[in-house]
Design a binder for this molecule. Sequence first.
Ligand code: SF4
Length: 269
Amino acid sequence: MHKPHIPLDELRAQVEQCHRCPLAEGRTQTVFGDGNPSARILIVGEAPGKNEDLKGVPFVGAAGHKLDALLEIAGLAREDVFIANVLKCRPPGNRDPRPEEIEVCTPFLREQTRTIDPEFIVTLGNFATKFILKTDRGITHLRGRLQHAGKFKVFPIYHPAAAIYDHSKQEALEDDFATLGELVRQSDAEKAAAAEAAREEAFACAGQGKPHTGEQEAAGTQPTLLDQQLTLDDEAASAGEQQGLSTDGESTAAQDAANQPSDQGREQA
Ligand code: SF4
């Protein structure tokens, strides 16, 4: 049985009241997330910075301007996406999130993801990528390559703030956002082709006097093969709730072992 989705307003109110970790003491306000509540693309960053803590909105200031410019490269705008962070309160001095903070805060991100139910999750930087994909591999290895976590298509990219301090990452960021735009357009084309094929099949059946099945009638709105393979049911979600959103952690780990050395060291992104 599927768990009902919690409305975003209700989740936001829970976050605003949250004192599960010591970051509550130092915050000006929580940063729940912002954007289209039915977004096809969920962007997940790390944690609020100084400006976000003051305004209560993710990605404002220099990193926000950079993200807007990068979204434009993908053919997207803020209204097309929902932006959230792994942590909802600012770590002091913009230090890295601690494991215990991630553990107690990420149930909010999981519920946001379930409610928004995006097709794509874009993870910005190491913390978001490692949490969503349940992996130790760093962003340098994973960026720009489509991954999967349950039914979600996951696309890791450097954090835009990384390019503010390291200009060598700018080109990679632009390339990856361009690829993201291509992936979205490709998915559109595949859905349109599947819908057209279903319409033609229904038309052919009608012409031959054959009844067409319910499956055929609904084919235009059915999940693609990829969606069916990756459907995140509640049982799998419960398993994934131990850590991250991935339900195929074993295969990811096996693939890692076979193909790539794991990243033991922390990477700055
Ligand atoms: S960081 Fe998350 S868990 Fe910690 S107080 Fe803020 S909302 Fe609660």
